[in-house]
Design a protein around this ligand. Structure first.
Ligand SMILES: O=C1O[C@H](COP(=O)(O)O)[C@@H](O)[C@H](O)[C@H]1O
Length: 237
């Protein structure tokens, strides 16, 4: 399969890189441009990024751009409900690899709070998110091979609420099917309202996932919900 064989809807623009390093650089350039343009006509701009393993090179490339970082809010599309000093924390990933160099000056709006249960943590995260400029200027999604994006996992009982286009919740609790940690995820209405929506994926298996998602419903592969709107898709083998 090659990316040009996939019948993406017209709003999906594909950008193919040779490898992960080039992909990270191209994505960082595009995100920096979008943030810079937003700051030309706004006091502040907001950026939400994904966790996982793949975004590290992108974070490090973006952190070197000479943006007006004091006017940029950085947050997460999802989080494992673990303290930032624990393995698996997306907040720790962002603090280590993105909030450095000039980007140290950005305001971080995180999702983790030490609540007594996950639902309470999601409510508290929703409160924290009220500080975020919305609609969010730039959202960078990732995707798992099962078609999950953010922590919108297929088969989860809270998924329908999180994907509802008219839902009012900003952040909801979610359970990952296999991973040990409970999750917090931003909802479809918050993520899809972004002024600039990017999706970064790597590898043939994830290309197959995207192809498959086009034939399925969002509740089966949540990434499907984001493929009918303007989306910049960055892919590398
Ligand atoms: O669990 C997660 O996985 C996805 C994909 O991560 P990747 O390292 O395979 O790209 C990520 O987008 C999501 O934010 C994260 O929590």
């Amino acid at each position: 399969m090659v990316i040009s064989d996939i019948p993406f809807p017209a709003g999906v623009r594909t950008h193919t890189a040779q490898d992960a390093t080039q992909q990270a650089q191209a994505l960082a350039a595009a995100v920096a441009k979008a943030l810079g343009q937003a700051l030309e006509h706004q006091d502040n701009a907001s950026l939400l990024v994904s966790g996982g393993r793949s975004p590290i090179a992108f974070f490090e490339a973006l952190s070197e751009y000479p943006l007006a970082w004091t006017r940029i809010q950085v947050g997460l599309v999802d989080e494992r409900w673990v303290a930032p000093d624990q393995p698996g924390s997306n907040e720790a990933l962002v603090r280590t690899h993105l909030l450095r160099h000039q980007a140290t000056l950005a305001q971080f709006v995180g999702l983790y709070t030490p609540a007594s249960h996950l639902e309470q943590a999601a409510d508290q995260a929703s409160q924290n998110l009220l500080a975020l400029k919305r609609p969010v200027d730039v959202v960078v999604l990732g995707m798992g091979e099962d078609g999950h994006t953010a922590s919108l996992f297929p088969g989860n009982s809270a998924l329908a609420q999180a994907l509802a286009p008219d839902g009012s919740a900003l952040c909801l609790p979610m359970q990952a099917p296999v991973a040990p940690h409970p999750r917090l995820t931003l909802t479809y209405p918050v993520l899809s309202a972004a002024q600039h929506l990017f999706l970064a994926v790597q590898g043939m298996a994830k290309l197959e996932t995207l192809n498959q998602a086009l034939q399925l419903e969002p509740c089966q592969m949540p990434i499907r919900a984001f493929l009918d709107q303007p989306l910049e898709l960055y892919w590398c083998p």
